[in-house]
Structures are given as C-alpha cells and as structure tokens.
Design a protein around this ligand. Structure first.
Ligand SMILES: C[C@H](O)[C@@H](O)CC(=O)C(=O)O
Ligand SMILES: [Mg+2]
Length: 458
C-alpha cells in the first residue's frame, strides 16, 4: 500500500470558483445571510498522467485570500516526490503546517489552514487515484499502523496516543467485510438541511419538507436565531409536516451569547430538537459546556465543529463535555490527516461524529470519512448521520449518490473532489463565462470595475 517513489509533483494550480447561491438564498442562516458558495480549487499535477483535486469551502468574499494562501504554500509541495509524501504523510503535514515563517499567520487556524486543507485534500485524492480506490476504501484497506502513521499527534497525545489509535483499529478488524458490504448496498444515514435555509419562505420550507419526507428522510435541520417569533412559527410548521417520530435539529450559526442561547433554546424546547448547533462563538469551549449542561435536562444536545479550527480545539470541546455531536468539516481543519485524529479522539471520548456538509463539495468528501468511521472505527451508525445539502452536486465529476436518505459508498477512485472542467471554467471568479453573464445583467457588481483587489489565479 505504501506508494512507490519517483512520481514528482510538477506543479500546483489553484482557482477561485464561486457559485451565485445568494440569488436564491441557498445556504443562508442567521449569521451568513447572503452566501455565495465558493471554493479554492486546487489541482496537483504530477509527472505522470494522474492529477489530484482538492478544495476548501468558503462563502464568497475572501475566497481570493484563501487562493493567495494556497499560492504561498505551494513551494512546499511542488517538486516533492508524491510517494515520499505518502510514506511519511504526518511528516509532510507537519512541514506544511509548520513552515517556520508561514506559521505566524496561523498557526493551524484561519485562512492558512483552509488553504492547507485544499492542498492536503488534493494529495489524498491523488493517492486514492494512484491506488485506483475511492478514498474510503484506501483508508479501510490500510494496515492500522499505516493509517495512524498519517496523523500528527503533537498537541493531542494527552487525549489519544498513536498506540491507542492503532489498538482501536485492531479491535474493529472483525466484521469489516460485512460493514463494507452494508455501506455499498444500503449506505450511511443522512439528514437534510436543504429544507431549512433561513432565507427560504415558509411555503418553500413546507414544500421541501414534504419533498424530503417523500424521499425517505427522517431527520431535518432548520436554521434559527434571527427572530424568536419566526423560529417558534417555523419549528411548529416543520413539526406539523414531519411529525414527532422524525428528528428535528436547529442551527443558530453562532449568533447568541451563552445565556441568550440557553434562554432561546428553552423556548424552542417544546419542539424537541435533538441538537442546537453552533449556539455561540465557535472558540468558546466553556460557553458551549455551560449551554450543554443547561440544556441536558431538556434532552437537547450541543452540536458544533464546522468552524472548530483545529484538532486542539476539538480536543478541548470533547474533554470539556462541550459538544455532544462532533461535526468535523473536511476543509476547516488541515485535511484528511487532521480529521482522522478527531475521529480517534471522538471515539475515545464516546462522542458521535455527524459531519458538517453544508457547502460546496463537503457532502462529496465527508461521506468517505464517515464510511471509514463506520467500517473501521466505531462499527455503528447509532446516533450518527451525514448532513445532506442539495447544492452544486451537478458540478462534480463523481458526485454523491443518496438513495432513500442514505449515502451509498462511492465507487470511483479518488476523494470525489474533481469539478467538471466546464463548471470550473464557467464559475471561475471573476472571468468565467457565467460570471461575465451575471455582471452584464447587473446581478452582481463586477469587481474588475470597482477598484477592488481580486487575486487572479495564474
Ligand atoms: C453558510 C452555510 O450555508 C452554513 O449555514 C452551513 C451550516 O451551518 C450547516 O450546514 O450546518
Ligand atoms: Mg451548521
């Protein structure tokens, strides 16, 4: 499984891709009211004919900053031997995240870490393609020692050690084949957010709840937090459609103070939400712990993670009892290697992982990670679901396959991260053909005419 040496990374290309989702308020929430789902899209070219694609998600303005950060990191990647990277992936990951100067603009957080994720995701896509396996299968087929060797345990060895991680994988070897077969045949349970974006009208929400109920969904997430009266109305309306046997989750996207979150959620408790997601500022570990404690008697858990900036923060949330649902994000932290470390900590501390996937390409990626978790680490889907947002799937070469509200394990080699060439061309910002059309129609201001800094991909 170790990769042969001799495959040099020739060059790395990054593009600023944006989709105009704000026009229809897709993806909107109480904090992010007008997002344009976007990504910094990386292609790693080797001297062979296999390419790796990776991306990191943003919501529009600022995507050019992530693109610039990818460019700053690229000298650490170009010219490297891909096989050597994969043979010591933790070592390479440490080099990328700990460059002695670049780390000052992190470390391991914010824009530079989003950029790291795009590059690391592209390298995993490359590795899986070289092995001609979907990423989940690449992970599943690795020996425990090899899989764990990809993780940098610095700063988390007080929570989980390399040896413990290896032991966890070894303890779950039995039954792997049946679990794999189940993922291919039935798939992994999903919940939908698509019915509950904040900017949707009540009529839209009703129609979408009915649509997803008919498709077999049994869990629905709605956005809350802007106006209590509206939230009470919307939750009542959604409950009326989905009934009380199905699950309802609510997401506030960080709008509240700690006490405000508790009070607001007491008002919404009558609708029996399974969790409140991102009730307050994403770095506030003790605030989340206080909210968790206060809401526990009401049967409401706290979910967070989509803006949890690295494994160290996840460690503290998990150790402090500040998250009852751990929402890893495939782009917020440093790609697959770091996400794996969070899975091991969550397993050890008994917290279920329910990945965040509201964004471009996130559903495509997290399905691989969660399927790995089921087959190799936890062996259960109990209390766990993958988020499903119906956004931009048509632009991916190997998009998701969700059937009866289950993600069917992907078959094609790679990490499902490759955009269709024509989509990448059309939605490249600001010069892509779709953007030219939208500027001409006056739907968006043309940044090239505004004396605004735009970082062009080269
Ligand atoms: C801005 C994004 O759409 C965000 O609302 C996604 C999110 O919070 C989720 O999917 O959960
Ligand atoms: Mg969320």
């Amino acid at each position: 499984m170790y990769q042969d040496r001799g495959l040099k990374i020739r060059t790395l290309h990054v593009r600023d891709i944006r989709f105009p989702t704000s026009l229809e308020l897709h993806g909107s929430d109480a904090m992010h009211v007008d997002c344009d789902y976007s990504c910094a899209y990386v292609t790693v070219y080797t001297e062979g004919d296999v390419e790796g694609h990776g991306l990191t998600f943003t919501i529009g303005r600022g995507n050019e900053i992530v693109v610039a950060a990818v460019k700053s990191l690229s000298p650490l990647v170009v010219g490297q031997d891909a096989g050597q990277i994969f043979n010591d992936f933790a070592g390479f990951w440490r080099k990328l995240t700990n460059d002695s100067q670049l780390r000052w603009v992190g470390p391991e957080k914010g824009v530079i870490h989003l950029a790291t994720a795009a590059i690391i995701n592209a390298l995993w896509d490359l590795w899986a393609k070289l092995q001609q396996k979907p990423l989940w299968k690449l992970l599943v087929d690795m020996e425990p020692e090899q899989l764990v060797s990809t993780i940098d345990f610095r700063y988390i060895s007080d929570a989980v050690t390399k040896q413990e991680a290896i032991a966890m994988l070894k303890a779950m070897q039995e039954g792997k084949e049946e679990r794999e077969e189940r993922m291919i045949r039935i798939g992994y349970p999903a919940y939908t957010t698509q019915a509950g974006w904040l900017g949707y009208s009540n009529e839209q929400v009703k129609a979408l709840c009915s649509k997803y109920l008919a498709k077999g969904f049994t869990a629905f997430k709605v956005k809350v937090g802007q106006n209590l009266e509206d939230d009470l109305c919307r939750c009542a309306m959604v409950r009326e459609i989905i009934g009380w046997d199905n699950k309802l989750m609510v997401d506030a996207n960080q709008v509240w103070d700690t006490e405000q979150a508790i009070e607001w959620m007491k008002q919404l408790a009558e609708f029996k939400p399974l969790w409140i997601e991102e009730p307050t500022f994403p770095d506030d570990v003790l605030g989340h712990a206080t909210i968790s404690k206060a809401l526990k008697p009401l049967g409401i858990g706290v979910a967070t993670g989509e803006m949890c900036c690295n494994r160290v923060m996840f460690k503290q949330f998990l150790q402090a009892g500040a998250m009852q649902y751990c929402q890893i994000d495939s782009c917020r932290i440093g790609g697959v290697n770091e996400v794996l470390s969070v899975y091991f900590m969550a397993k050890k501390l008994g917290v279920p992982v329910c990945p965040h996937a509201g964004g471009v390409g996130l559903c495509e990626m997290v399905q691989h990670l969660q399927i790995f978790d089921y087959i190799c680490l936890t062996g259960t889907t109990e209390g766990r679901m993958i988020e499903f947002a119906d956004q931009q799937h048509e632009h991916f070469e190997n998009s998701i396959h969700v059937l009866h509200a289950h993600y069917i394990a992907p078959k094609m080699p790679g990490y499902s991260t490759a955009l269709k060439a024509e989509s990448a061309e059309a939605y490249e910002y600001p010069n892509g053909s779709k953007w030219e059309e939208m500027f001409a129609k006056g739907l968006f201001p043309d940044p090239r005419k505004q004396n605004v800094f735009v970082c062009q991909a080269n």
